[in-house]
Design a protein around this ligand. Structure first.
Ligand SMILES: NC(=O)c1ccc[n+]([C@@H]2O[C@H](COP(=O)([O-])OP(=O)(O)OC[C@H]3O[C@@H](n4cnc5c(N)ncnc54)[C@H](OP(=O)(O)O)[C@@H]3O)[C@@H](O)[C@H]2O)c1
Length: 344
């Protein structure tokens, strides 16, 4: 007997990717249900070679659902995840609503899969921010080898990280500029086409943005609370794929060659580092892929034990949908859930 899986936010960027990945990985589901807001009632979405018609979250009965992949924003998750969890489904949530709750595990399976057991307190597991997910996949094996003291990261984040309307905005602005039309700005604080914007999420009192704070807080929760991290998060006019320039300071010595060998063996990582023209990965090449790509590995001579890396991943996959489905697979592989008996 397989699982009954509900995908909430099935019409969105992440939800559509979830449906694709469930089909690609032959997730052991007997039934997959697509849910979105009442606006999308009846909207068709693809699931492998099938078409699913969206149902409304508001009126859906979750009592037979085993796993709910939630991807409909923080406000929807705050309201619905506890209700769905109480109905007996394990919720794997993509929003930031539960990430910092001490009763909710925040999981990147390559890094802290063992922490998953804490899910039963609320029946909710949180997926990290897209920028954090790819970062910790690259940091974990290096931390195990040489103990990370401090990380300085600058991100180059694609517009798909801000949802489907944000992707439409980049397209519309680019087109408008080419045909000398007026450029409208709605989802971003400034024009994104042919520009970069150092503001993702709201400003906090100390001048950092919430996105920058999330990278710091989530890296501590997932990897090690002792790691110091400072981030500058920047939106760039790329449709899919987040890139990061990462400076790492270690307690113990580690050379670029050692780091390259360690990362080559590390789960989820793919090293492409040829030290020649074009011998690295860009977001365009990472889009649609599952790996976290690591390039430009070099020693930072300005600190005692330092490395610099270039880390790229598909934010809709490793940064969201893939990670959520890997969490569901970890629950099953560790026998932490079993399919509910369904009425005949
Ligand atoms: N994009 C990323 O890289 C990324 C990475 C990590 C986490 N996340 C998080 O994942 C979530 C979804 O992101 P996204 O990029 O997929 O956004 P999106 O493309 O804007 O899609 C939002 C989805 O949520 C649904 N929704 C909105 N209000 C709803 C309601 N009241 N009831 C039920 N469904 C509702 C929408 O349905 P309708 O079409 O019916 O409105 C749509 O399916 C967000 O919390 C985001 O922060 C995104």
């Amino acid at each position: 007997m397989g699982y009954k899986v509900a995908v909430v936010g099935a019409t969105g960027n992440v939800g559509r990717e979830m449906l694709d990945i469930l089909a690609e990985r032959r997730f052991p589901a007997d039934e997959v249900v697509a849910l979105a807001s009442s606006r999308s009632l009846g909207t068709e979405v693809s699931f492998g070679d099938k078409i699913l018609k969206c149902k409304s979250l508001e009126t859906y009965d979750f009592s037979g659902v085993d796993i709910c992949l939630m991807s409909a924003g923080g406000a929807v998750s705050k309201e619905w995840s506890p209700k769905i969890g109480a109905a007996g489904a394990v919720v794997i949530d993509n929003s930031s609503a539960w990430r910092y709750d001490s009763d909710v595990p925040l999981i990147v399976p390559e890094v802290n899969a063992d922490a998953i057991v804490g899910f039963s307190k609320r029946n909710i597991i949180a997926n990290p921010n897209c920028s954090t997910a790819q970062l910790v996949v690259a940091l974990k094996p290096l931390h195990d080898k040489a103990r990370i003291l401090r990380v300085v990261v600058s991100t180059y984040q694609s517009v798909s990280g801000a949802g489907k309307e944000a992707m439409d905005e980049l397209f519309a602005q680019t087109r408008a500029i080419f045909v000398s039309d007026s450029v409208e700005t709605k989802n971003f604080p400034k024009r994104i086409a042919f520009n970069v914007i150092p503001e993702i999420d709201v400003f906090m009192e100390d001048g950092f943005t919430k996105e920058e704070w999330k990278m710091m807080a989530e890296t501590k929760k997932i990897l090690d609370p002792k790691i110091k991290l400072t981030a500058t998060c920047v939106r760039v006019p790329v449709f899919i794929g987040h890139s990061e320039a990462v400076n790492i300071e270690f307690e113990n010595p580690i050379s670029a060659d050692e780091a390259r060998d360690i990362l080559r063996e590390a789960p989820g990582c793919l090293v492409i580092d040829k030290r020649e023209r074009g011998g690295y990965i860009t977001p365009h090449e990472a889009a649609g892929e599952d790996a976290t790509y690591i390039s430009r590995i070099r020693e930072d001579a300005t600190v005692e034990h330092g490395l610099v890396l270039w880390v790229v991943a598909d934010n809709l996959r490793k940064g969201a949908a893939l990670n959520a489905i890997q969490i569901a697979e970890a629950l099953i592989n560790r026998k932490l859930i079993a399919p509910k008996k369904k009425a005949a």
